[in-house]
Design a protein around this ligand. Structure first.
Ligand code: GTB
Length: 216
């Protein structure tokens, strides 16, 4: 059965690939699985039909053969476990790659989200000037730690894995702010992710939806 995911009818980022359907598209491309996309308006995401698939009324969702999933971590892990290409065969290396997925989602993404929210949406708040440096520092601390761990390696633990896919996806959220520029090791790591043919296909597919003129 065809895999169907959901995505924004028009992402607020206008095609920068920052909405979370991009990481699911990327995983699908890495494991060479064809997929269809059902596009949703913000209003449709809050309708009972979509809430039955996603309890929080968000995108993306994933459907295949009677299985319905939400949460990008669960979706990417499901794909990585079912198809070759995103998890190593060795049991220990596999467990470590999954640790990196969780680290991306639970340890690195939260301060990045706090920062992006403050930077984009809280500029008019009276406490904005005082809060922004605090949330920036929390991001910098994680970026410093991650840079040290990555060091001169291409990927976090041997070959490219679902852990890298998730970490690069999370770090990409920082690109518009310029914050990655202070961390050349991570900027190069993100660039390696973006250079993967599977990422390029995923990016182009979301661009065709969100900015058809730019997609050409
Ligand atoms: N933890 C969930 C997951 O990983 O699947 C989070 C899902 C989520 O936050 N989905 C967002 C959503 O549906 C879209 S990705 N939001 C609508 C809502 O909650 O009503 C977040 C996002 C949105 C827009 C941009 N952008 O424009 O730059 C970037 C990221």
């Amino acid at each position: 059965m065809t895999i169907t995911i959901t995505a924004f009818e028009r992402s607020p980022d206008g095609g920068k690939g920052l909405a979370r359907d991009t990481r699911v598209r990327w995983a699908l491309e890495e494991v060479e699985q064809p997929y269809a996309v059902r596009l949703l308006s913000f209003a449709a995401m809050k309708e009972p039909e979509h809430l039955a698939l996603h309890p929080f009324g968000q995108i993306p969702t994933y459907q295949e053969d009677g299985l319905a999933l939400f949460e990008t971590g669960a979706i990417v892990l499901h794909l990585a476990e079912r198809h070759a290409g995103l998890l190593p065969d060795d049991a220990h290396a596999r467990a470590r790659a999954i640790s990196w997925m969780f680290a991306a989602l639970n340890t690195v993404e939260p301060p990045i989200l706090e920062f992006v929210t403050a930077w984009l949406f809280e500029r008019d708040k009276p406490w904005h000037e005082a809060r922004l440096p605090l949330v920036k520092d929390r991001v910098r601390q994680r970026l410093d730690q991650l840079s040290v761990r990555l060091g001169g390696a291409d990927w976090l633990d041997g070959a490219f894995s679902a852990g890298d896919l998730m970490m690069v996806s999370v770090l990409l959220r920082l690109k518009p702010s310029g914050m990655l520029e202070g961390h050349p090791v991570l900027a190069a790591y993100v660039a390696r992710g973006e250079a993967r043919p599977a990422y390029k296909r995923a990016f182009a597919a979301q661009l065709a939806v969100n900015n058809p003129q730019a997609a050409g």
